[in-house]
Write a protein that binds this ligand. Sequence first.
Ligand SMILES: CSCC[C@H](NC=O)C(=O)O
Length: 138
Amino acid sequence: MRDTLADMRQRIGYGRGIAAPQIGVLKRLILIDTPEANLVLVNPRFERWSREEDERYESCFSFPGIWGLVQRPLGVTVVAYTLAGEEQRIEASGSLSRIIQHEMDHLDGFVWLDRNPDLHSLCTTQEYEKRYVSRESH
Ligand SMILES: CSCC[C@H](NC=O)C(=O)O
């Protein structure tokens, strides 16, 4: 998963999280690697979703090149195990929360397109960069 994330960064320029099913491993395992967080989540489950939601652009390197606005809870609390088998509780908001939710979807066979994105917002990477380069997105 680390290798694939690193490869994606080289090939498409981003990659902050990956779920095991994305590389054909059917385990409930997530790796998140951002400047703010470096997490391995084993058997994660949601403990809380905030009522407040926001809408942000997402894409996925399982089918790169498409972007769209997806509405999700702003904050989540997740309980998971570390690789060493210790329980960890992560309270996340903002972009970390969104990455966690995006990756948790992969564990259940969902991708962001299943989350009812705003159809008018769907665009290619080129269009996205042209239109929204100034917006914080990923
Ligand atoms: C908004 S979450 C985006 C997650 C994506 N990872 C997998 O496809 C990535 O950009 O790393």
